[in-house]
Design a protein. Structure first.
Length: 240
């Protein structure tokens, strides 16, 4: 890997909005989003306990939730967990808001922008599970520095993930799969949990299929689970 691939681009790339929103979803953006949106502090750390209206047993983070299918599914089945979803694409945010309203979810909060400022504002060891599912692979080599999975961002995630917390990543792009594995396995704070091929080829039971995955545009999806090491107790075995 040359210097161009190791550099990280802090600017945001990608679409903010697609097709015009239907009136109902525009209403959700106007009325519901302000109630669920997270206000980042200008200085210091975000207080996760103040984000939700009731106590939650854990805090899970999804980076780039797309249309919100996975996040809403998890939130409905884990009502005691607080969920923070990050997504800059307005149409995806509106889609999640629609699901939140229909399902009556009170454990979802939204950062409708680039995930990186929010992650930087999180305190240490506050996240019990993080999802990075089907991120933009930026397939051209000159664009690799735009990928959300990179050494610097893994450092930030390692800082805010609890010891033993899961980092779940998925992709259907062969190049991105190799990239995730390379950087995940190289990082001192993460251990890949796979012990056999089925561990990453087969969908875990608590990992729902989304409409995007049903398309399988580039190939069958791969499901990668890394665990945050406890670097003080050395709990986790070496990567396979």
């Amino acid at each position: 890997m040359d210097d161009r691939e190791q550099r990280v681009d802090d600017r945001f790339y990608g679409r903010r909005i697609g097709r015009p929103l239907r009136p109902g979803r525009r209403g959700l953006m106007d009325d519901l989003l302000p109630r669920l949106a997270i206000d980042l502090p200008e200085g210091g750390r975000l207080d996760p306990s103040a984000v939700f209206d009731r106590p939650v047993s854990d805090l899970w983070l999804e980076i780039g939730f797309g249309a919100g299918e996975h996040l809403a599914w998890q939130a409905e089945r884990n009502p005691d967990v607080g969920f923070i979803g990050c997504e800059p694409f307005i149409n995806g945010v509106a889609s999640l808001l629609d699901r939140v309203e229909r399902l009556g979810l009170d454990n979802v909060r939204i950062h409708a922008d680039d995930a990186r400022p929010l992650i930087a504002a999180l305190p240490e060891a506050c996240i019990g599970r993080c999802f990075v599912l089907f991120p933009d692979p930026w397939p051209k080599r000159r664009h690799h520095r735009r990928r959300i999975v990179n050494p610097g961002q893994l450092d930030q995630l390692a800082r805010c993930l609890k010891p033993g917390a899961e980092l779940r990543m998925a992709s259907d792009d062969p190049g991105m799969i190799d990239w995730m594995l390379m950087h995940g396995r190289r990082h001192r704070d993460f251990a890949w949990t796979a012990r056999q091929a089925g561990d990453w080829r087969c969908r875990p039971a608590d990992w729902p299929q989304t409409r995007y995955e049903q398309k399988q545009l580039k190939g069958p999806p791969v499901f990668l689970v890394f665990r945050r090491r406890d670097n003080h107790l050395q709990m986790w075995a070496d990567d396979p």
